[in-house]
Each structure stands twice: as structure tokens, then as C-alpha cells.
Design a protein around this ligand. Structure first.
Ligand code: ADP
Length: 592
């Protein structure tokens, strides 16, 4: 993506996210631009009055205008600065929120693809470490301000001498070329730094992560992680060192030209006062104005150049962010007919699947069909493809071949939201949130059906625990954000997750190893009651505890991505050397 395109996308995003802040910035820009121009022009009239007519009224008027306008601008400046400072934090956070919202609306398949995982990390890194977004917005505003000031100053200089203005502009051209060279170098450095930065970001984020802290302590890995961070840090410092040297060279040259510009301006304007070589002599007032204009011109042009380099750098940092924000969202790619439910039938028709970027077929010609209300156990060895099959049914991925029909229609043809509304699932890596238990079960902040929550909590065996809690169902989960919060055991958390799946009025319910953390008694209770709990819903269970499949209508045996069998427990137990019977007996054997 070129810089213009990136800039355009960025402006569109900023406008969409924080329009009031952008307006504020623009007004601020114009006000400070006007201030510079006024301070260049007004003193001329004051000095002309002093050296010419010297009338008290005129002096008071222009003196008052200089002081008054500066007072006004100073007040404006403070007022706007305060407003902007207040909004800065808001803008930063809003941008982070934008990133979060984007990630939540991406097609799920992207999020398991290593390339996009990495992209996401990099996008977040630019945010958190460089405040790149905010700096980009303020940098752009400053650039605009410098640009408009420069325009005003050029107009003033043109009234003195178009030749002087032209010479100054040529010198500006040379300076811009120098800046461009420098930014090409910067781009090269940036490309070198990116992979280092990514690795550095990965290890730093890792050091912060809660998930690794147990392993870090048990295997004493803090030193190793620290070394790795140091290592990449050093690498980055060295790379930047090279760049700084180049920068020194270019900036030196830049400053020489800048000084040359000032010398030419002073010299020329001075000569216009003392000689008439280049035209009519000018007075002291005009001298002040033009010298001021030329000095301001030099100062502003330097900053202008600096800002351009900064912006290019920031745009570079934002590359991954832009790439992420441009990805199509789930709703954009998946529009279709509304699914009115309930689920009446599910048919897998020769479904093939391989994960993106992999050749290996994880599902191979999978065909089976399920009727409304049936309870299906999905059984197979580790890595057979059970979870993948469920992910396809949940539209987290699309089949590579074949179709999945629900109520006779390909699931991909249904409108995404209405299809998802009919599905509830507890995955192995389900997550509860730092909300109250009630909110975690109902997934709603307000308007929950309290009786239903209570009933479900009791059915999954959480009543005892909830009675112990000071706020009952309204107790916050997790101590991280609230001292009053509570930590549940793994098994209790699973019960909450199961209650959540049951609360959702979905006609298809899927439990992927939902009971692995439950103690045997709780597990037996959940399974025995599950048909009651699930009521008339169609259900899939994946479990390694074979005893659970006894309660199911049918068992889908998956072996190496293929359907090995699909029948009831009794029928499958009759198959002497069937995988199911072997698995069942192997586990039962442990208990005998
Ligand atoms: P099961 O649930 O039967 O244990 P899975 O469906 O989780 O098996 O996995 C089937 C195969 O697909 C395994 O070989 C696993 O390594 C692979 N796999 C699972 N998830 C991914 C993924 N996100 N990307 C690539 N391969 C995956």
C-alpha cells in the first residue's frame, strides 16, 4: 500500500472514530496559522506609525491590535489545548477499541492463521508502544498548520519580490529532495527493523502474559526470556544507530541550505531598505515584516520537513494496523437468507477440509445425517478431526469440498447472525469473562431471565457454590478487576460455561470435551441429566470419557478424518474389532 492510500484510509478511519477531535484539531490548526501571519503583518503597521505619522490614535489602535490579538490567540490556544489534552486519552483508547472490534468481527478462520495472528500482534504493538495513531493524527494537524502558515508567508514574500519568493521556493525544493532521500533510507531501515521488532514485541508481550507465568517459574525461564528481549533490543539499537548517522549527514546538509535561505532573505530585504537596486526602497515597518516573514518561513519549512519524515515513519509503523483494518469482515463476506430455525436436520455431504496453508486433509469425505432432537456422541482418537468437524458446523471455517446442509440448505447460504443464533457450543478452550456469574450465563447486561439463570445454575450443579458467594449470582468472576470477585475452580467454570450454552435459546447444542475438568461425580450427574437439560435440542458431544456416549442416540466414530462408523452404542459394541468397542473397553478396563 502506498503512503497516500494509507493516509486516505487512516483519515477515513479517524473521521469515523473521533470526528469531534478532528474538527478541534482543524480549528486549532487554522487558529495557530492565523496567529503566525498576524504577528508577521501587524508589527509593520505599528512600526510604520512609529517612524511615520506617529499619531497617538494610530499607535494606540495598532498597539492594541497587536496585544489584543495575541491575548485572544493565547487564550484560544490554551482553551483548545485543554480540550485536546482531555480528548487525547479518549482518542487513544477509542483507536484500541477499534482494533478490538475489528478482531471480533473478522472471519474466525483468519484468527487461527499464523500470518494473521502475527499481523494482529504487530498492529497492537504499534498501538501500545508507539502511540502511532495519536501521533499520526497530531502530526498531520501540525503538517497542515505548517503548510497553511507557509502559504501565507509565501504570499507576503511575493508582495515584496517574486524573485526572492522563487529563490526561496527552489531552496525549499532542494530541502524536500533531501527529506525524500532521508525517508527512503528510513524506509530501508524500517524494513530491516520490522522482523526484529516483531520478535521483540512477541517476547515482551509474552513476559507480561499471565498464561505463561506458571511455566516461567517452574522451569526458571525468566532469565532466558530476558536475554531474548535484550538481544532483540540490542539488535534494534544497532540498526537505528546506522540510521542516525545517515540522518546526521542529511540533516547537516539541510541546515546549511536553511541558513543559506536566511542569509539570502536578510541580505535581500536589507538591501531593499538601504538601496534602490532592486526597486523602490522600503520602510522600517516593511523591513520588519519581510524579515519576520523570511525567518518564519525558514523555521516553518524545517519543521514541515521534519513532520513529513515523522509521518512517513508513523505510517510505516501503522502498516500492519492498516492491513488488518482493510480485511473484509464476517458480515461483509457472509450475507445470505435468514435462518429461521429451529434446526430440523443436519447433513454432512462428502465434506473435505484442510486448514489454510496446509495440504493435509483433516476431514475426508465426511458424510452423515442427524435429525432434530438426536443426541450424537463424536468419538475418535486425538487429532482425528472431531473438533474440526464442529468448527465447520459452527461456520468458523468453510469446507474445502462437499456441503453441510441444515434444514436442507447449505449453511453457507444462511445469513451469518441468524444461523449463529441457533447454535450454542462449549469448546475445549471456552472462556468466561470478568463479568458477574449471571452475566456470564445469560451473556446480557440487563433484562436477563433471572429464574432461568437460577434454574440452569442449579441443574449444572452450581447451587451450593452460589449460596456461598456474598453476591450470589451477581458475584463478579475473577479477582483481577475486583477484590469482591471470586475465582471458580476449573470444574465450576465448566459448569458456568455449560449453563451459558443452555441459556441461549439455540436449537443445536455442542459440547466439545465440556467435562474434562469435572470430577467423576459431577460428570456423571451432568451426563445423566443432560438429556433433560438439553430437552428437545439437537446435541453433539465430544468426550474422551467413553461412558458418556452410552447416553447418546448415536455415535459418530471419526478415524483419521473419515467416518468409521455411525450407529448406536449397542450396535457398535457388537463390532468385535471396531474402534469404538476397543476404545470403550480400553477405558472400562481401567475401572474393573
Ligand atoms: P480432535 O478434536 O479429533 O482431537 P482436531 O479436529 O482438533 O482433532 O484436529 C485434527 C487435525 O487438525 C490435527 O492433526 C490437528 O493438528 C490439526 N489442526 C487443528 N487445528 C488446526 C489449525 N488451526 N491449523 C492447522 N491444523 C490444525
Amino acid at each position: 500500500m502506498n503512503n497516500w492510500k494509507k493516509l486516505k484510509l487512516f483519515l477515513r478511519l479517524s473521521w469515523k472514530t473521533v470526528p469531534s477531535y478532528i474538527v478541534l484539531l482543524l480549528v486549532h490548526t487554522l487558529v495557530s496559522g492565523a496567529q503566525v501571519a498576524l504577528n508577521v503583518v501587524l508589527p509593520k503597521f505599528l512600526i510604520d506609525e512609529l517612524t511615520g505619522g506617529c499619531e497617538v490614535r494610530g499607535l494606540l489602535f495598532f498597539g492594541g491590535l497587536v496585544v489584543g490579538s495575541n491575548l485572544f490567540f493565547a487564550w484560544m490556544e490554551r482553551f483548545m489545548k485543554r480540550r485536546m489534552d482531555v480528548q487525547h486519552t479518549y482518542v487513544s483508547q477509542k483507536m484500541e477499541q477499534l482494533l478490538g472490534e475489528k478482531v471480533m468481527s473478522l472471519p474466525y478462520a483468519r484468527l487461527e492463521d499464523p500470518y494473521y495472528l502475527d499481523l494482529k500482534e504487530r498492529a497492537a504493538f504499534a498501538f501500545l508502544n508507539q502511540e502511532a495513531m495519536l501521533n499520526l493524527i497530531t502530526g498531520l494537524a501540525a503538517l497542515l498548520q505548517k503548510g497553511s502558515t507557509l502559504f501565507g508567508l509565501t504570499v507576503i514574500l511575493l508582495t515584496l519580490s517574486p524573485v526572492l519568493a522563487a529563490v526561496l521556493l527552489v531552496l525549499v525544493g532542494v530541502m524536500v529532495l533531501l527529506q525524500k532521500r532521508l525517508s527512503v533510507e528510513l524506509q530501508k531501515i524500517h524494513e530491516m527493523i520490522l522482523p526484529i521488532n516483531r520478535r521483540y514485541g512477541y517476547y515482551v508481550t509474552l513476559a507480561f502474559s499471565d498464561a505463561i507465568q506458571k511455566d516461567i517459574r517452574l522451569y526458571n525461564m525468566a532469565g532466558m526470556l530476558g536475554d531474548r528481549i535484550d538481544w532483540y533490543n540490542q539488535d534494534m539499537t544497532n540498526t537505528f544507530d546506522t540510521f542516525r548517522r545517515q540522518e546526521g549527514f542529511y540533516m547537516g546538509l539541510y541546515n546549511v541550505i536553511n541558513d543559506l535561505q536566511a542569509a539570502i532573505s536578510y541580505g535581500y530585504v536589507g538591501l531593499r531598505v538601504v538601496t534602490d537596486w532592486f526597486g523602490r526602497r522600503i520602510g522600517l515597518g516593511s523591513f520588519t515584516m519581510y524579515v519576520n516573514a523570511a525567518v518564519q518561513f525558514s523555521a516553518n519549512i524545517t519543521e514541515f520537513g521534519q513532520r513529513i519524515v515523522d509521518l512517513q515513519k508513523l505510517l510505516g509503523y501503522l502498516d500492519p494496523f492498516m492491513e488488518l483494518m482493510e480485511l473484509p469482515e464476517e458480515t461483509e463476506v457472509l450475507e445470505g437468507v435468514p435462518f429461521t430455525g429451529p434446526v430440523e436436520s443436519i447433513v454432512f455431504e462428502k465434506v473435505d477440509f484442510a486448514y489454510p496453508g496446509s495440504e493435509k486433509k483433516v476431514l475426508d469425505q465426511v458424510s452423515f445425517s442427524v435429525k432434530k432432537g438426536e443426541k450424537i456422541a463424536v468419538v475418535g482418537l486425538n487429532g482425528a478431526g472431531k473438533t474440526t468437524l464442529i468448527k465447520l458446523l459452527c461456520r468458523l471455517y468453510q469446507p474445502c469440498g462437499g456441503r453441510i446442509l441444515v434444514n436442507g440448505q447449505d449453511i453457507m447460504s444462511y445469513d451469518y447472525a441468524s444461523y449463529m443464533a441457533q447454535l450454542a457450543a462449549v469448546f475445549q478452550d471456552y472462556r468466561l469473562f470478568a463479568f458477574t456469574i449471571e452475566e456470564n450465563i445469560s451473556c446480557r447486561e440487563t433484562g436477563q431471565d433471572r429464574n432461568k439463570v437460577e434454574k440452569l445454575a442449579a441443574q449444572v450443579g452450581l447451587s451450593e457454590k452460589i449460596k456461598e458467594l456474598p453476591e450470589g449470582l451477581r458475584t463478579l468472576l475473577g479477582k483481577a478487576y475486583d477484590e469482591e470477585g471470586t475465582e471458580l475452580s476449573g470444574g465450576q467454570q465448566q459448569k458456568v460455561a455449560i449453563a451459558r450454552a443452555l441459556y441461549k435459546d439455540a436449537s443445536l447444542i455442542i459440547l466439545d470435551e465440556p467435562t474434562s475438568a469435572l470430577d467423576p461425580l459431577a460428570e456423571a450427574e451432568i451426563y445423566e441429566n443432560f438429556n433433560d437439560l438439553a430437552g428437545g435440542k439437537t446435541a453433539f458431544y465430544i468426550s474422551h470419557r467413553m461412558s458418556s456416549s452410552v447416553f447418546c442416540d448415536k455415535i459418530l466414530v471419526i478415524e483419521d478424518g473419515r467416518v468409521a462408523d455411525f450407529a448406536s452404542h449397542e450396535e457398535l459394541m457388537k463390532k468385535e474389532d471396531g474402534l469404538y468397542r476397543r476404545m470403550f473397553q480400553a477405558q472400562a478396563g481401567n475401572y474393573v
